[in-house]
Every structure is written in structure tokens, then in C-alpha cells.
Design a protein around this ligand. Structure first.
Ligand code: PLP
Length: 376
């Protein structure tokens, strides 16, 4: 029985580990090296530290095994999610090309848009929900999808978009940050690039920044790798090693977080002081019908609205088990009033809540108490 047919937990604890070797550790320690001994012709695998590092190799293999079990994929790790996002968009798009982005994606995406436009790339945008990006594909080079979208949690039909895009000769990249590799497998849904900020659920402890790009096509992968070499947005060996170590608990963490996120969403539906509740795993959510077909887990983020800015701030201040902080996907719950950044089209009282690994009863009680305390 090959590893690829085993369960997610089994694959997570073993992902990317080398064959056992007498007197060697299970996961080799981080290799700190700017350069490697290299005589004669300068060929790999390990030459110079901006190009390759054995600690990245192990992590890249691990992520690839989780992204597309049993398939040949190439993964490139980066210093952050944005480094991975930019690597795909900026390495693929040339002057005169058309790129289709969501208009409700991660709030740094408009910064990349500005950069693309500065290089003479035409950028078209449409919302994630309703597969609205479908209308913009004609003559495009690349379609960028973010599903579920952050922070609105809308979902689009990846298979449907991929089919239309490929028929029109358009490449497709999916930002899979919110779902993680265990929640959704973009490459299996047909995408050319699966991209993620591993700062979030993939590593899950809120202590490192990291990103990755996985592709099936070696040529596309080579372009991404080349971009990393040119820009030098490389992860430190320590971060890469910590990330690999964190993957061992990925299934435990994500399962716990997703189960509690659904319980939280269900509890919030019963509250009159909460509106605009969104969670793709909630059967009454508009995202559910598509989410249930393409997602394997629905993520740790729940979004909702409170009456206004003051109520939202009182709620955040009253929480004891939840840190007021940005980011999501970590083992400690966090929440924030998303409008404070000014980059998302959300109401003043909009809360993005990231469910951690606390006991569900404790977390739900904390939220209920903080909501009661925030009402005036
Ligand atoms: C969907 C999404 N993509 C990309 C990023 C960027 O990741 P990083 O902060 O690791 O650069 C984020 C960060 O919040 C995100 O939410």
C-alpha cells in the first residue's frame, strides 16, 4: 500500500521524510549554508544557498505530497505567501498580457495589481462569488482565483473556471491559503499553480512566515524557481525546518479547528446581535453547495458582522481566549475588526474570526460571554 492511498494524518506525519538511515534523525536538522563545497562544473543538487538547500528539498517534497498525493508535482518554497503570489504573477505576465484577478481577495493583491499595471500588464477584476471571473477570460494569459476568499469567504467553482480558462488557453492559479492542502487540492481540480501563504494554517503556530507554489508542469515550475533565484525571496533554513516539523500535526490541527469553526458558526446563527455570518461549511451558507463538492475541509475562519465599530471593538476587548491580531489558521484563536486596515470592502463591524485548537466549549463560552458584554 503506497503512502498516497493512506489517510491524511498518516501522510502528514510522514510527509517528505527521507528513508530511515542508521544514526540519523527522522527529520534532518536545518542546513545553514550560504554555499556548498563545489569543485569543477557548477552543477547541483546543492551549489549556492539562494538556489537550493537540502532543508527546502525535504519541505518541498512534503508539501508536494500533501498537495497532490501520488502525483508528480514540483513545489517551490518562499520567504512568505506574498513572495509566492508575486512569483507566479510576475514571472508569468509580460507587457501586453491580460491577467484576471478577484476584486475581493487578500488585501495585498491590489498592490501586485499596481505592479503588474506598471509593467504594462492589463488587469481585469471580478468578484469570487458566482464565478464572475468567467466573463473576463477572453484573451487572458492567467486567471488568479482565491477560494474561499479572504475575508468574505465566498467560494467559486474551481473545476468550472479551469475548464473555461483552459479552453481559452488561459493558465489558472489558485490561492489555497485559507483551505490549506488538506482542505482543498487545486491541482486535482485542474489548476496549473497551487499557491499558499504557509504562514497560516499550514504551519499553524503564528511564528513563521512562509509560502509555496506547486505545479505539475516542470516548465511552469522552472519559471517560478527562476523567479525565486532572481528576486532572492528565500526562506531561512530554520523557518523551513520549523514548517516541516509543523506539518506533522497538520491533520490534527486542521480537523480540530474546522470542527470548532463549524460549531462556532452554528452557535452564531442563533444570535440576534450577529449578522452577515459566513462559513463555507455551514449548510445554509451561499458558498456551501460548491464548497462541499470541491473542499475536503472548510477552514478555520468564520466571518460575521456586529452592529458597528464600537460594538466590534468591545467584543474583541472582552474576549479572553482570543487574541486581537491579524492573520489566521493558528492554534491560538485570533480575531480582528477587518475594516481597521482599510483595504477590504467590509462594514465597520465586520469580524474575521480564526478558530484555534482550544477546547470548543471554552471557546464558544468565551465568544458568547464577549458578545453579551459588547451589547449596549
Ligand atoms: C489569501 C492570502 N494570500 C496570501 C497572503 C500573504 O501571505 P504572507 O502574509 O505570508 O505574505 C495572505 C496573508 O494573509 C492571505 O490571506
Amino acid at each position: 500500500m503506497g503512502m498516497s492511498t493512506m489517510g491524511d494524518g498518516t501522510r502528514a506525519v510522514r510527509a517528505g521524510l527521507p528513508e530511515p538511515e542508521q544514526y540519523e534523525p527522522t527529520l534532518p536538522g536545518p542546513v545553514f549554508a550560504a554555499h556548498f563545497h563545489l569543485s569543477g562544473e557548477p552543477v547541483g543538487p546543492y551549489t549556492y544557498g539562494r538556489e537550493t538547500n537540502p532543508t527546502w528539498t525535504h519541505l518541498e517534497r512534503a508539501i508536494g505530497e500533501l498537495e497532490a498525493p501520488g502525483q508528480e508535482v514540483e513545489t517551490t518554497v518562499f520567504a512568505s505567501g506574498m513572495a509566492a503570489v508575486s512569483a507566479v504573477l510576475l514571472s508569468q505576465a509580460r507587457t501586453g498580457d491580460v491577467v484576471v484577478l478577484p476584486n475581493d481577495g487578500y488585501q495585498a493583491l491590489p498592490l501586485v495589481r499596481e505592479q503588474l499595471e506598471a509593467y504594462g500588464v492589463e488587469v481585469r477584476t471580478a468578484p469570487t462569488g458566482g464565478d464572475a471571473q468567467l466573463e473576463l477570460l477572453e484573451g487572458a494569459k492567467l486567471l488568479w482565483i482565491e477560494t474561499p476568499s479572504n475575508p468574505g469567504l465566498d467560494v467559486c467553482d474551481v473545476r468550472r473556471l479551469v475548464e473555461a480558462a483552459h479552453a481559452a488557453g488561459v493558465l489558472v492559479a489558485v490561492d489555497n491559503t485559507l483551505a490549506t492542502s488538506l482542505g482543498q487540492r487545486p491541482l486535482e481540480l485542474g489548476a496549473d499553480f497551487s499557491v499558499a501563504s504557509d504562514t497560516k494554517g499550514m504551519t499553524g503556530h503564528g511564528d513563521i512566515l512562509l509560502g509555496h507554489v506547486s505545479c505539475r508542469d516542470p516548465l511552469l515550475s522552472a519559471g517560478v524557481r527562476r523567479w525565486r533565484k532572481v528576486v532572492g525571496a528565500i526562506p531561512g533554513p530554520m523557518e523551513a525546518w520549523l514548517a516541516h516539523r509543523s506539518l506533522a500535526t497538520l491533520q490534527l490541527r486542521i480537523d480540530r479547528q474546522c470542527t470548532t469553526a463549524l460549531a462556532l458558526a452554528e452557535a452564531l446563527t442563533a444570535r440576534a446581535d450577529v449578522s452577515g455570518l459566513r462559513y463555507p461549511g455551514l449548510p445554509t451558507d451561499p458558498s456551501y453547495p460548491i464548497a462541499v463538492r470541491q473542499m475536503r475541509r472548510f477552514g478555520s475562519v468564520v466571518s460575521f458582522e456586529l452592529a458597528d465599530e464600537q460594538t466590534a471593538e468591545r467584543f474583541l476587548g472582552a474576549l479572553r481566549l482570543v487574541d486581537d491580531a491579524t492573520s489566521f489558521g493558528g492554534v491560538r484563536s485570533t480575531a480582528e475588526r477587518r475594516a481597521r486596515w482599510g483595504g477590504d470592502a467590509v462594514p465597520a463591524g465586520f469580524i474575521r474570526f480564526s478558530v484555534g485548537a482550544e477546547d470548543p466549549e471554552d471557546l464558544l463560552a468565551d465568544v458568547a460571554r464577549a458578545l453579551d458584554a459588547s451589547v449596549r
